[in-house]
Write a protein that binds this ligand. Sequence first.
Ligand SMILES: Cc1cc2nc3c(=O)[nH]c(=O)nc-3n(C[C@H](O)[C@H](O)[C@H](O)COP(=O)(O)OP(=O)(O)OC[C@H]3O[C@@H](n4cnc5c(N)ncnc54)[C@H](O)[C@@H]3O)c2cc1C
Length: 486
Amino acid sequence: MNSEKIRTAADATEPQVRRPSRRSILRAGAAITAASALSVAASGALAHAADGMEETVTYDAIIVGAGYAGITAARDLARQGLRVMLLEARGRVGGRTWTDTFAGHAVEMGGTWVDPATQPHVGAELNRYGIGLVEDAAPERTFLPTPSGPQEFSPAQGFGQLGLTYERIFEGSTQYFERPFEPLYRSDLITAKDKLSLRDRLNQMALTPEEELLVNGQTAVYSGGSSSTGALTMLAHWWALSGHNNTGWNNTMRYRIAGGTAALVNAMLSEAQPTLRLNTPVSQISQGSSGYYYVTTRTGRTYHSRGVILAVPVNVWKNIKFSPSLPAAQTTATTQGIAVKTGTKLWINARSPQGRFYAQGKEGGSPITMVIPDKPTAEGNLFIAFSTDPNLDPNNVTQVRSAIQQLGADLDIVSIKAHRWGSDEFAGGGWAFRKPGQLTSLYPAVTQPSGRLAFASGDIANGWSGYIDGAIESGKRAAQHIAANV
Ligand SMILES: Cc1cc2nc3c(=O)[nH]c(=O)nc-3n(C[C@H](O)[C@H](O)[C@H](O)COP(=O)(O)OP(=O)(O)OC[C@H]3O[C@@H](n4cnc5c(N)ncnc54)[C@H](O)[C@@H]3O)c2cc1C
């Protein structure tokens, strides 16, 4: 880990490499601590505060992307005394987790629920920083689709029935996902299962019309709009990770991080103290003949390092130019995409004559497929809704109300705050949901580093892909590789 000046033919125009002064390191560190103690959105000032220094330094690792995966990697490398730079395209950290405010409450615009009982990586981080959990209040009423239209069920009846149907769909998962954190452990059984879409599986089962309608709204929304595009092995993997049972499954949407997802990400960032640049999209990553990496931003600034961790969503890897090119599995993954491309999350503040209800639609029905009650507000109640319909304008109160009415419920909407993750250029999609064949064709290669370029993303975890836990897992794995090789 020496910091000698590096000059190669490829980088003849690069600035001279020198160590920053102790004073400038302390100044940058102090700026980071202050910024991360504030709201993550306000930390844009940090990039400006430290500007003009780091381009002359060779870092042990440059991490591209400051979501949970990148920040975990930064923290783990910093703990080993390595010099880390974190480059983030947005004016905030957190990526697809984003604690914002709406109707007087902190709200999560992306990833939200965690369950330390089944998600070991998030559990370890919460313990490390002494951060607790907040439990959601259960819904009072449930509206579900039936062959004669939406009907009300008691929550126990509705979720109980749903769980029984899931148990049938995932029959055999204790064998084919015998070790859920080693998804290919039973490759002898997984290969055939991985060819199936969720639609194939529903068709195989010859469900009654009641059972079909009960689950196909969920299988469709998780898959990004159609049960035909999502793999059976993706949902079955989550089921297996939840303990192969309905209680564990329901608990994945029951607990939140006290203080929001930002509380944990800020705690990790405060410990890591990396050199952080916000508002800095990376456009190119090249390896020079010396073996060093050159990471170039959209504004044309180049930073150097011995190793790189690519911690941006798989769907947007293709927006960065790589030299040499990405390996085959990573190229295929970003070309096909892993995260759903149309995921939209809405927060709705509304007067609700039906109280705190949960409502779910059928596949191909309402543009909103799921509505979940949240906290009371001055006007009524907050509701979370999910849509995968690109034609829904999530900020249009009339469209959103009509979509909810199609679920058999109603809301007198006061205001909406929504984020379309699919059209977010630094996400390129919402939650990860693999397509049929992706598990067996891309894994394990898609998780493997190429030289000292390592890949970290919640989209390619061995365990909880599509979850915060998976992002942390992947960040730890990438950091281990870099620490051992720079
Ligand atoms: C609507 C929604 C609901 C979800 N619900 C849950 C849930 O309840 N529980 C749960 O555990 N998980 C949930 N998830 C999934 C979870 O949020 C993600 O798996 C996790 O946050 C991914 O973390 P990451 O670090 O891999 O990627 P990201 O969080 O996407 O971080 C990647 C970072 O890279 C940055 N970036 C992109 N391009 C560039 C570039 N060119 N240069 C520099 N930086 C760049 C991005 O701005 C971003 O900050 C949900 C996701 C969504 C979208």
